[in-house]
Ligand binder design. Sequence first.
Ligand code: ATP
Ligand code: MG
Length: 512
Amino acid sequence: MARFRAETSVCKYRHDRTQPVVSAAFAHRTRATVLNAIRRGAKRRQATGLRPRSIVPPLLPSVSIFPLVPLLSPPQAVLEIAAALERGGYEAWCVGGAIRDALLGHPDLDWDLATSARPGEVRELFGHRRTIPVGIEFGTVGVLDARGRMHEVTTFRRDVRTDGRHAEVEFGVSLESDLARRDFTINAIAYSPKLDEIRDPFGGQLDLERRVVRAVGDPIARMREDRLRALRAIRFAARFNFAIEPATHRAIEESAPMLDRLSRERIKQELDKTLEQVQRPSAALATWRAVGAFKALIPVLDSVPVESLAVVDCLGMPGLAGRPARRTIRFAGLLATLTASQAADVLTGLRASKHEIQLVSTLLDRWHRVGTEIASTLESGEAPNDATNRRWVATIGRLHIGPFMRLADGWWSAARAAGAVVPEPRAVRSLHRRLLASALRDPIDLGSLAIDGDDLRRAGIPPGPGLGRILQGLLVAVIDDPTRNVTDWLLHEAKRLAAAEAGTSGSSGGRA
Ligand code: ATP
Ligand code: MG
């Protein structure tokens, strides 16, 4: 939904401008650029419901009465920061992911700027109150816009030393050198809002057209400089449904055994981005497996059947708005063939947050406890009775019904697509509603019993583990029939259970 809104607003913004089909201003641009611009125009007209103006021979630039439309449309705040840098006598270029995404017609939230200004000069120009030294040793200064949003401005730089994990950088280089240190051709395109000009020294636009992820320069050397690039290539290919160019692919395979030298945090961040940004992450995960990345990084996933990786595809995508719960449920889907404690170990090893580890392991514990029973009950075609419904809610936990059912639905959808017999979507939806209603209404945990441990002690039942078992027994009886959740019935039943406890411990004591 968020993605749809973002796209709509981009379309509206551009629709305000008069759209030339081919103008004289295009004369100096490359064939790929002209085609891109025409395609974007067609897309906009399609999105805004306008009919095409006319069929114009695409490669014959002619003098046009229409005003010039910029090739790309960075947000106003980015334009203002770029203009301020230019006024200060520095170059300012939009670079990286935003250019790639804009050329592909995707909205991008982060327009990064590269500049010839040194970090200190950027801070001086915008003032210390408007700037944050987010990564000053690498040349990155965060500049706040009028609404307090931060935009990254990075000094043109070149890597002078790398060890596969860290880099040492040098400033004072040209835009071309800065682009040359970037990982893939599609990420090494720059756009100047002032000149309305694209710089693309490595053929990134052509690779976007050909739908290829290709390393800038020698792939083996580039992967050796930073092993993370192997995982980034896999993510970009899956995200845009691109192929990985063969030499780059070979370099990724060669890099795989060395991936464990990367910090756990960077690996986790890469997996997070894969689960957040890629519609069908199984394509990336299958490549992780095929090239040996799981073997090096998460060995327990190396033997997971490729089909079960598709569970993640059937779970909602967090999208650009980044919904953390959705990413966590995708993690649960990725780890669903493991036990809860194996999953917790994987996430702990990746330095996941306590909250994420807890949620994933709880969901998997509940999934392994009742998932199969729920599936076989629904497959039988009969709706579960109310007592069974309450028992499931009690096992899953009131607050986990939503994520649990999303995980279950993803698992069953993937299994259905693979030809397995699983519960029908209608039955799943109906169960979800019934579980939620029960979670809101029914006494399914100790806290909702009409009596507590103090009441039992006052009734003469001694404290200790036996008392806990009696409370659990009362809960089971109430889940079975909620009309029993009244003080008289519960106290009477508690005494009966206590007598049985005493009998059991007495007889076991006798045997001892
Ligand atoms: P996304 O933000 O969707 O992951 P992105 O391309 O914007 O994609 P960032 O990590 O934000 O990626 O990096 C911004 C740019 O910095 C990239 O487009 C690329 O040009 C460059 N870059 C990032 N990481 C690397 C790297 N490991 N090696 C070389 N260049 C990199
Ligand atoms: Mg980015």
